[in-house]
Ligand binder design. Sequence first.
Ligand SMILES: [Zn+2]
Length: 411
Amino acid sequence: MWVMMWGAQPALSLTKGPLAAQENRIPHSVQVGDTWLALAYRYGVTVADLQAANPQVNRQRQPVMGTAVAIPGSGGERMGVVVRPYGNVLATAVSMNQSPWQLAQQNGLETPYRPLSYAPLFAPGGATPPQEWPVGIAGLELSQPVPQPGQALGIRGTVAGDEPVTAALGGAGMDSFVANGRWLALTGTGAFYGRRQPELTIQVAEQPLWSQPWQFEDPNLWEYQSITLTGTAAAIDQESIRQERERLFAIWEQNSPEPQWDGPFQLPIHDYLEISSGFGARRSYNGGPFSTYHEGVDFSAYGGTTVFAPAVGTVVVAEPLYVRGGAVILDHGLGIYSGYYHLSEVLVTVGEVVQPGQTIGAVGTTGLSTGNHLHWDLLVNGVWVDAQAWLAQDMACWLLVGWARPCAPQG
Ligand SMILES: [Zn+2]
């Protein structure tokens, strides 16, 4: 029998000294819900020993998702759940359909008649490792363990009721949706986000705030583009640029609560010459600093080349704009918008629902553009993300799983 008490030495510790302890350490890849306490229960060690084995890790925070922590000892791994008790051990055991005496024993308590306490309990058994979720949510999953700047990110889980759930990444609110017992939150980060460890926080209604940091990587493969603006550049109307941006963000920051798409997103253009500029390319104008980046993907193509809808969506913009020229913007639901710019022809109207593969316009060089190309952008939660990464990661289908809907391949 294994007994866990706060501060107690683990019964199964095999370490005999600092050297032995080093040799016995095994790396554990931190997943969402792997709190210090959950890992201590899982590997049969104390939180103090676990933290001592990871002196480089900030103990004021939970282990960082997407990094590895060292597990001291080799007491094996146990399945079970971490429970926030209902008042006392007895009530908790009843709620879990478990023996109160066994549950008390597993947690180093003499009787199940422990008075009111909020210290979590460990209930062994089952097929999944113990993990600490936000109160009211179970089975959290991340769209990718280690995200990169400029990517769309999702988190999903199951909820008992229809209570509101809020989530934030590094203090910035995420779009959050609850339907049919599923919870889904999503956002994006800018291309300048860098390598950092923002805190992911989740809260169901008035329940306690849950928090765990998330590791971002940045392989630094960004293109650098020095652009020289001459002649007509001086005539660019900054006020028109500002107004267009303001108007579009008023659209992009809305979120309709149902996903409209039902399959993976497709490329919006088939006959292109090359991708002339990827998402996130750092840009310097007339020798200035690389302080802006490319907010979409550019496909160079002959004028008149057909542009297709990548997925089901409702047309919310279909008109010539000052910067973006002939523009189509599609609302795909859940706060996800895609845009098609510099078009020579706009072949849809506002309010129309388009199907994947439907022609929506033709490549041109209208607006502020120096040659025929399609600029394709994608926003999630009002943040530009890399549409190519969105396709490669099949985020569209990942989100539909969270919505309990099949994601059928498109014909
Ligand atoms: Zn572009």
